[in-house]
Write a protein that binds this ligand. Structure first.
Ligand code: SF4
Ligand code: SF4
Length: 294
């Protein structure tokens, strides 16, 4: 990376994967090096599993007064492989910038997803984290890939922040970081590649005049943009013996993904149910139970 300017980093992850911790550790390491640094997250009201962002700004020379989210990053780090085809992770990435992805896919395969003048780095961080940390949380592992590819901070600077944050678990996290550093594959993306963007078909929703009971629906939740079913950690299960087919659950579902079946009972669409549990709370006969995902 070019030294002297402020380096801006955008972390893409899902709620619970530790993108915010990655940004925190990066800033703490930079400060440990005597630099100025910021770390802050950005997420909406969604829950565990939803796409989240975290940001860093690092400057070796001057305090950072900008407080807004990073829209033109020098470095983009993607913690969840599924996000590559779900959202435009390279949005605003500066020419000559770095895109670092956790994926089991080969670098040649991933190169075809993007078009731009960027460095692309790939590491199988999930396998490293499972092996060394016994859990698929890749935040510290991806730091190793980021350090190797973009050098925004030094590996040595990480030790103290990791010990402060993880205590006895710091050693394993540092090992994961080093393993990612050693195994990250770095290549180039060139202009002209074909970016594949995943799109979702959302069923046409009824207008207010087509609804069976009096209710106006202004819009569905985030189902138009995301396959929200990807991020649920629990799902509703119906007990038809208790259900009186009133349809209240379907009216309260923020994703508008509960439909009446031919037999008159209601069910959710698992592709779009995000497991918020509102339907179970609103069902007045307790016919819905939320069950943890297997
Ligand atoms: S709110 Fe409860 S009783 Fe009414 S349709 Fe839904 S599940 Fe059945
Ligand atoms: S848990 Fe119920 S209310 Fe929430 S998204 Fe799923 S079906 Fe809709």
């Amino acid at each position: 990376m070019k030294q002297g300017d402020t380096i801006e980093i955008r972390w893409h992850g899902r709620g619970g994967q530790g993108a915010v911790t990655s940004a925190d550790l990066t800033a703490m390491s930079a400060i440990h090096e005597g630099k100025f640094a910021q770390a802050f997250p950005s997420f909406g009201p969604e829950r565990r599993g939803a796409p989240v962002l975290a940001f860093n700004r690092i400057s070796a020379e001057h305090p950072i007064r900008v407080r807004s989210g990073v829209v033109k990053p020098d470095i983009v780090v993607v913690l969840d492989p599924g996000l590559v085809t779900l959202i435009n992770v390279v949005d605003g990435l500066k020419p000559g910038g770095c895109l670092i992805v956790n994926s089991t896919r080969s670098i040649e395969d991933l190169q075809g997803e993007f078009s731009g003048d960027w460095t692309l780095a790939v590491v199988d961080a999930s396998s490293i984290a499972r092996e060394l940390l016994r859990v698929n949380i890749v935040n510290t592992t991806m730091l190793g890939a980021m350090i190797k590819t973009a050098g925004a901070i030094k590996m040595d600077s990480l030790t103290e922040p990791l010990e402060e944050k993880f205590g006895a678990r710091a050693k394993a996290n540092l090992e994961a970081c080093h393993k990612a550093f050693d195994t990250t594959v770095i290549g180039k993306i060139t202009v002209g590649g074909q970016k594949k963007v995943r799109t979702f078909a959302v069923a046409k929703q009824p207008t207010w005049s087509e609804l069976l009971v009096g209710c106006a629906v202004t819009d569905v939740g985030s189902t138009k943009r995301f396959c929200t079913g990807d991020w649920k950690s629990q799902h509703p299960v119906w007990d038809d013996k208790k259900c009186i087919k009133c349809g209240i659950c379907s009216l309260f579902c923020p994703e508008f993904c509960i439909n009446q079946q031919k037999d008159g009972y209601f069910r959710s669409n698992d592709f779009y149910c995000k497991g918020c549990g509102i339907c179970a709370q609103e069902c007045w006969t307790q016919a819905i139970k939320m069950v943890e995902e297997a």
